[in-house]
Design a protein around this ligand. Structure first.
Ligand SMILES: Cc1cc2nc3c(=O)[nH]c(=O)nc-3n(C[C@H](O)[C@H](O)[C@H](O)COP(=O)(O)OP(=O)(O)OC[C@H]3O[C@@H](n4cnc5c(N)ncnc54)[C@H](O)[C@@H]3O)c2cc1C
Length: 300
């Protein structure tokens, strides 16, 4: 019996075999994971990691899949999905202590409910707190690094550590989680007291701007490219006359040129080809090489 088959047999109630990743990504794209599991609590997450033992079963961590392009060959080994689980939230004075699996929109609303401001920028960002910590997600006038005080992480050997703000190494769409194989478990956010009505009004205003400017009804992973210094990816793509440009089922959004949308059965290959095409044309026209922000994972 292979290590993965043994792992699946040990946790049958939380394992999905040959699970299409298209069901777990906002793009609606992605080949099958050998196995996907949603641990019900921290003890179960640790038990799964222990049983996966020392890299014998490759592990991929994901949140809600809103920043992922999974290639068409899928993912070998085990995908651990931390979304809608490990999602406890506690308000302590001006602090909120939240589990990595809570959805950012729900967390922003709980903060507003508690009369705490500072997280309004995050209310319209799809995905989990864990994914937002990994990406140092941001929008409008805020990013995660403005509100995070500390983070509790789990290494794959099962040891837990508390990281302080300095250790989190936040930068533009960057954090210590990238490249260190650490799993975010929980973060403490430092917010400020404020009037609930004003906080909710700001959330509504930012969400209205999003609905006007972004193709929210069509599957995507949000902005595909990082913002180049002193410019905007969407503006450069629009100036290069690439709005509406299509390869297979992947299209540069006609509403927001920074988004690539899945307009019908797009494959990861279509999206990757469109990303390369956009990069090439924009570089020729403006001299800027756009760097992908979305995470591209899995096998061809
Ligand atoms: C319509 C739309 C609008 C968007 N708007 C914005 C925006 O305004 N600003 C913005 O920054 N992003 C935006 N995004 C992108 C995306 O929502 C964010 O990057 C989000 O933070 C990703 O969270 P997730 O839970 O979906 O992470 P996933 O996509 O599942 O994972 C992203 C990365 O985080 C890692 N990860 C996830 N959870 C953990 C964890 N617990 N521990 C360690 N690593 C983890 C994964 O391994 C992966 O590398 C948008 C996406 C869409 C579809």
């Amino acid at each position: 019996m292979s290590s993965l088959a043994r792992l699946i047999a040990m946790f049958p109630h939380v394992m999905l075999r040959q699970e299409p990743m298209s069901r777990h990504t906002s793009f609606g794209i992605g080949g099958p994971a050998d196995a996907l599991c949603v641990p019900r609590d921290l003890a179960e997450l640790k038990a799964v990691l222990r049983a996966a033992g020392d890299g014998r079963v490759p592990i991929t961590i994901m949140g809600h899949g809103s920043n992922l392009l999974v290639r068409d060959g899928g993912i070998r080994g085990l995908v651990i999905k931390i979304s809608g689980t490990l999602d406890q939230v506690a308000v302590r004075g001006d602090n909120i202590i939240a589990g990595a699996g809570v959805h950012l929109s729900a967390l922003a609303r709980q903060a507003a409910e508690a009369g705490l401001m500072g997280l309004e920028f995050a209310a319209g960002i799809p995905g989990t707190l864990g994914g937002a910590l990994y990406m140092n997600a941001g929008a409008y006038d805020g990013e995660m690094k403005d509100v995070v005080n500390s983070m509790r992480v789990l290494a794959e050997d099962g040891t837990e550590r508390m990281l302080t703000l300095d250790e989190l190494a936040f930068g533009y769409r960057q954090s210590v989680l990238q490249g260190h194989r650490l799993i975010a478990l929980e973060a403490t956010l430092q917010l400020r007291p404020g009037p609930r009505e004003a906080i909710f009004a700001k959330i509504e205003e930012l969400n209205r701007r999003r609905r006007e400017k972004q193709p929210l009804a069509i599957p995507s992973a949000g902005s595909v490219f990082k913002r180049p210094p002193g410019n905007f990816a969407g503006t450069l793509i629009e100036q290069a006359k690439l709005k509406g440009c299509r390869i297979g089922g992947a299209e540069v959004s006609t509403l927001h040129a920074g988004f690539i949308v899945n307009v019908g059965a797009a494959t990861a290959r279509d999206v990757v080809a469109l990303i390369s095409h956009v990069q090439g044309v924009v570089q020729v026209k403006s001299g800027v090489l756009l760097e992908p922000e979305i995470r591209i994972i899995g096998e061809e």
